[in-house]
Write a protein of this length. Sequence first.
Length: 480
Amino acid sequence: MLNIQDLPAEVEIIPTSRVDFGGDVGCYFHDLSTRGIVYLDLVFATHGMEKQDSLLLPLLSRALCGCGLAGIPYGEVARTLALYSGGFTAGLDAGSLVGREEVREQIIFRLKTLKRKLIPALKTVKNLLLGADFSDLDRLKDILLNQRNALKASLIPAGHHFAALRAGSRISRAMRIEEGWQGITQLIHLTELTAGLTDQGSTMAEIAFRLQYLREIIINKSRLTLNISAEIGNLNTISKALQPLMAELPAGNVQSGEGKHAERESREREPPEKENSFPCHSPGSESFVAPVAVGYVAQSLAGARFGTPGDAHQAVLANLLTTGPLWHEVRMKGGAYGAFASQIGLEGVFSFSSYRDPRIIETLRAYREALEYGTEGDIGGKIVEEAIISTIGSEEKPLAPGEKDIVALKRILYGIDDRLRQQRRREILAVSRSDLAGAASLLLRLFDGRHSVVLASGKSILEAGEELGELKEGMVELPL
């Protein structure tokens, strides 16, 4: 049977070096055995956007990968990409920098291709980034409607994710940005955007104009960071293949504050009400009505930040609570399909959530009781050891080269260095019962600052609101 002594004491380190391709664009290289495949990430910082422009970034990222080119329909462009690459995709990501009150946000374009096909693949990528044809309004409308429908379709299967992200967005600036991109705020934005397609004030032509404006602001060298994974012997070939793209990318306006490599942006922490468009009641609760037979109940509070001992203690505590009191009270007794605690150290958020949960009040009560169990419960050494093993196990999953590429990139972006990772590993391995009690006690002291989000039927919310009146104040019906 596995015990703590069997766990790896050292964290795995992904080889990373900074390389100079000339100019002011930062580039990071990972020498990995990729069997001739090149993984290339083009990271464009997206700071400085007004809220309405930020909400359009998910559409921009899809349109840059999914439109045709001038005189070339999307179907032909898609065939070219399939011929020369294993995929060209885009995603948005935001996170807090370790040890700083700063947030970094970006679009990450990912290209996977064979070394021998890199030049034609990059040519197509360059053409799309600089010239994706937003004037094809029928194609752009299809992308917009597909985006809306996909988000709607994911709400009920992943309701716990939507609820937890919404709850965390009241504590973390980065999570507020991500909630605007992929959460309830984005769903309502897309619904409003598509509902107005036939109105004179909101046409596809105007949307295309705004996307073109955002492309001109974002797609330039002053906002760009490159991240590459391949065998080291292919580095010169990759450098040469990138030259046409680097030559044609606009320089960007460094004077406007985009900054060298656009690696960091310092933001003041604005009140959550400026970021989200729904009422928030003290200490913090929101209710969203959806056509579901069972619900999703999330709660977040301030947690320890990555790089502090409390992060390791709360990570183990979260694992222990998930497999202990939450399993028994919320899942076994309460009938939920799942119940989870998680520590998001990068954002300083400790989160609870339930999945397909028939109860609301009892689950919210169980979250506090779980922390009380963490401080005073009968938790033996074997239980603590199992929680440590599970915590380390979740961090030691084998990764394919493409997965290592994106993990290494995010460590670079947010300042997660290997020294801090190793320090955290030592702290996890050394966690004691008293450490867990201290972590739970601290979270209980912060519990009054929690924020709760419920996604359920109107009937369920109204019934729960008889005991917790905040839940029925300002209920928002989701457009499904």
